[in-house]
Design a protein around this ligand. Structure first.
Ligand code: SAM
Length: 385
């Protein structure tokens, strides 16, 4: 295991640059370009629809005094894109900009709701570590036979940290991370490469290619979870495993401390409605999509483990408290980034309105008397021989 259980880390020291060019390389390193205006953002939900979904209006948050102690809303750090990813066509560097944050522009059937700027990449590093802590320091839960693991696919790899750590742990395996956004580091272990691929389209790999397919944190990006697992089944070798780690979006509490109408309760409702509007669900856990998708695709010996992700270190169980501290840090590292796109697109809120909301979320997350958590599930299944 290459990730320390004590602290988040950056990818290991560079060995060699990788990254496959899917188009001819531009003559010079492209600077990230942003569209002048948000690309054709759909109209937000009407006030009636928001009301029917139980979503409180922005004024509910703006009219409540902002917690004064909570002034660190952070600033977006734009323009620090890694220019050495220049081997990829310059067209994919055209980002959409929403309220000062950049997102990957729509490509094929992809619509990214999480920013792809440096601030969010930093948050993803914490998320990676938080997931590792959740899985007891492990990168996967499937019963892999190390000698048989030769070729591995990490779908929607994000900052590529899982792929890099897996490649470190399995130096004889070739690990391929795919994404629509070229945000992965260039200096990675020699057995990792990153490619551009839209996971919502037919995957380009021939059937029976991979010994392990990893699907981690695809919340809000998949337009058909059944098709996703059909793709995974097709490219998996007989006898190999697919694994999916994902979450729900509703903040729950066993003791009623996440109250109806609180910022934490509203969080889940907005994501739920946002997922419906984008056609890419956030209620993966609640809909049992990992198990159902694997089963429908033909995977067998499906197993899963449900895990509570507390927000904050309030839990009396030491392990859950540690998980909670990491998740809170990971979310707080870019709370505004998680909220920006959906609250803008779905509710039509201004940045100030969204900021007022996030301050309430942050305050509640830091209140040890509020015992909120979301559910995560890691599920794995085998393609029959
Ligand atoms: C939350 S990150 C996932 C990160 C990574 N899987 C992990 O566990 O650390 C979501 C990633 O999905 C990518 N993405 C969004 N839509 C996609 C699509 N249709 N196909 C492939 N990647 C997509 C985004 O660019 C982003 O990097």
């Amino acid at each position: 295991m290459s990730s320390s259980a004590q602290s988040p880390r950056s990818p290991k020291s560079p060995k060699s640059p990788t990254g496959k060019a899917t188009s001819p390389a531009p003559a010079t390193s492209p600077a990230p370009a942003t569209s002048p205006a948000p690309a054709a953002a759909p109209a937000p939900l009407s006030a009636e629809a928001q009301n029917a979904a139980g979503i409180l209006p922005a004024t509910h948050w703006t009219e409540q005094p902002l917690p004064e102690e909570d002034v660190n809303d952070g600033a977006s750090s734009l323009g620090s894109f890694n220019s050495t990813t220049a081997s990829i066509s310059s067209s994919i560097f055209h980002y959409r900009e929403v309220h000062g944050r950049t997102y990957h522009a729509e490509m094929g059937r992809a619509e990214a709701w999480q920013p792809n700027d440096q601030r969010h990449l930093d948050a993803m590093e914490l998320v990676h570590h938080a997931v590792m802590v959740t899985l007891g320091g492990k990168l996967f839960s499937s019963p892999l036979e190390p000698k048989k693991v030769q070729k591995v696919l990490d779908v929607a790899t994000g900052a590529g940290l899982w792929a890099i750590d897996f490649a470190d742990e399995f130096p004889n395996a070739e690990v391929i991370g795919t994404d629509v956004s070229p945000i992965q580091p260039s200096w990675v272990p020699p057995n990792v490469k990153f490619e551009l691929e839209d996971c919502n389209q037919e995957w380009t790999w021939p059937e029976n290619t991979f010994d392990f397919v990893n699907l981690r944190l695809l919340v809000g990006i998949v337009d058909d979870w059944y098709a996703l697992f059909r793709n995974a089944y097709r490219v998996a070798k007989p006898g190999s495993y697919v694994e999916s780690y994902d979450t729900g979006c509703h903040m729950l509490s066993d003791d009623g401390t996440v109250k109806e109408g609180s910022a934490l309760e509203q969080w889940g409702k907005v994501f739920r409605e946002g997922g419906k509007k984008l056609g890419r669900t956030f209620t993966i856990y609640e809909e049992d999509l990992q198990r159902k998708g694997m089963e429908a695709a033909g995977f067998v010996d499906i197993e899963f483990k449900d895990i509570k992700l507390p927000y904050g270190g309030w839990h009396s169980d030491k392990e859950l408290a540690e998980i909670g501290v990491w998740w809170k840090m990971a979310i707080e590292a870019d709370l505004e980034g998680y909220v920006n796109y959906i609250w803008n697109n779905v509710l039509g809120w201004t940045p100030d309105e969204a900021k007022a909301f996030t301050r309430h979320v942050r305050r509640d997350m830091n209140n040890p008397n509020i015992h909120g958590y979301i559910m995560a599930r890691v599920a794995w299944g085998r393609k029959p021989e």
